[in-house]
Design a binder for this molecule. Structure first.
Ligand code: ARG
Length: 458
């Protein structure tokens, strides 16, 4: 029974099933790099304050590097009876360097150790995710700039509303992602606080210097309260809520891409390399990447709820419940990284079918508001103008004619205020160009919005 690092007070071995049931090494071994990094900093600090000798520290550091090499070569044997990544690494260190290995855990507990490991891990992943997010945003801006003049129907209620530029539509996506990127950086601030030194829950009797460890590990500062330090998982919840919102945005883009690649819309083409076929229907080219991204939103939303529920009734301080934080967090990280990578690769390769987009905008009476605005500028009250244009649209529906295809005489049936200059506002180009103010859809505005967004992207 004393094979367990905590076996001293136990009089019988752990039940074999309970051993497997309580172990986390199957999934937390992915923290090995950060666990070793944390241990190196801890041992360095212990030597600095005189708890370890310089010789002991060097032995520990060398031993930890050897363990790392073992893990990375695949030679390391992970043991379920050693429960988790922390005790596996510590036991292996002691096997290699003997008694000195047993001194590493001085002034530390697995409770502050695991909280530190997850924060180090998440900080790295946040930085990797931020990079992918930047790559996606920059691809979107390039595409938006290229498509600043491309006209498509804008929708409300998924019914044709007014013409917009495709570039403007893409910039709406870019705005959502910019907010996501800001949220991620805000979350990072609270991830980057060091719990190490809280020990089990109350702190430690050794003369530790937490500012040394925090500095070595690149944390902004040590945490303030030891009880909170070992029990706080807010940072993981915040990350998952960032992720759920990001996935919600990606899912909305996905929905549009799926619609737009359908024969019914036929607004865009996705390259074959991002699509797959059907085993039975030879003609099929399916937009699997957007569909899968849309689908994966479900698991990420689920992980957020898992973590909130995990934490909602925990008394202070550490509880074994917290071991359940890892799988949802890891899967969220993996899913978000995968989705962002696929999107960052795919978005620049979207090719619009400009003719179809234009035709769809033309067919849907999308310049009806422009006609109403034209009448208002000639002195008609807006409500009356609305009524006049409504009648003209009804005529167009019956005659299968867009407003721009009617003759002047046909239009004048509804109001004799209408003059020959009306055709300037009934064209799609006229319509988008007229919305030429900050935030509007005019090509000129799209181009300047891209410049500003690039500046913010850095
Ligand atoms: N595997 C544990 C976790 O993931 C590490 C901390 C265990 N601490 C304890 N007192 N049992 O949370």
């Amino acid at each position: 029974t004393s094979e367990k690092p905590w076996g001293g007070r136990f009089s019988e071995p752990t039940d074999a099933f309970v051993e497997r049931f309580t172990a986390s090494v199957g999934f937390d071994q992915r923290l090995y790099h950060h666990d070793i990094r944390g241990s190196i900093a801890h041992a360095t600090m212990l030597a600095e304050v005189g708890v370890l000798t310089a010789g002991e520290r060097d032995q520990i550091l060398e031993g930890l590097e050897a363990v790392r090499a073992d893990i990375e070569s695949g030679a390391f044997q992970w043991s379920v009876s050693l429960e988790d990544v922390h005790m596996n690494i510590e036991a292996r260190l002691t096997d290699r360097i003997g008694i000195t290995g047993k001194k590493l855990h001085t002034g530390r507990s697995r409770n502050d150790q695991v909280a530190t490991d997850i924060r180090l891990y998440l900080r790295d992943e946040i930085d990797a995710i931020a990079e992918e997010l930047t790559r996606l945003r920059s691809g979107l801006l390039t595409l938006a700039e290229r498509e600043a003049d491309t006209i498509m129907p804008g929708f409300t209620h998924l019914q044709t509303a007014q013409p917009v530029t495709f570039g403007h539509h893409l910039l709406a996506w870019a705005e959502m992602l910019e907010r996501d990127a800001e949220r991620l950086q805000d979350c990072r601030k609270r991830v980057n606080v060091m719990p190490l030194g809280a020990a089990a829950l109350a702190g430690t009797t050794y003369p530790i210097d937490r500012t040394i460890t925090a500095k070595l590990l690149g944390f902004d500062r040590p945490s303030e309260n030891s009880l909170d330090s070992v029990s706080d998982r807010d940072f993981a919840i915040e990350f998952c809520s960032f992720a759920a919102l990001l996935m919600t945005h990606l899912s909305r883009f996905s929905e549009e891409l799926v619609l737009w690649t359908s024969a019914q819309f036929d607004f865009i083409d996705l390259p074959d390399r991002f699509c797959t076929g059907s085993s039975i229907m030879p003609q099929k080219k399916n937009p699997d990447v957007p569909e899968l991204v849309r689908g994966k939103t479900g698991r990420v939303n689920g992980h957020l709820i898992s973590l909130l529920t995990l934490m909602k009734s925990q008394p202070l301080a550490y509880n074994k419940d917290n071991q359940e934080d890892k799988e949802p967090l890891f899967d969220t990280v993996d899913t978000v990284k995968g989705c962002l990578r696929a999107y960052a690769d795919m978005v620049p390769a979207i090719t619009p079918r400009a003719d179809n987009m234009r035709e769809a905008a033309r067919r849907g009476f999308s310049t009806a508001t422009d006609l109403a605005d034209y009448l208002v500028k000639k002195g008609v009250a807006f409500r009356d103008a609305h009524e006049i244009v409504g009648k003209a649209v009804a005529f167009g529906v019956a005659e299968k004619k867009d407003l721009s295809e009617m003759t002047l005489d046909e239009l004048r049936q509804f109001s004799d205020t209408i003059g020959a200059d009306v055709f300037d506002v009934l064209t799609l180009e006229g319509s988008v160009q007229a919305r030429n103010h900050l935030g509007g859809t005019a090509p000129e505005q799209v181009r300047s919005a891209v410049v500003r967004a690039r500046k913010r992207l850095g």
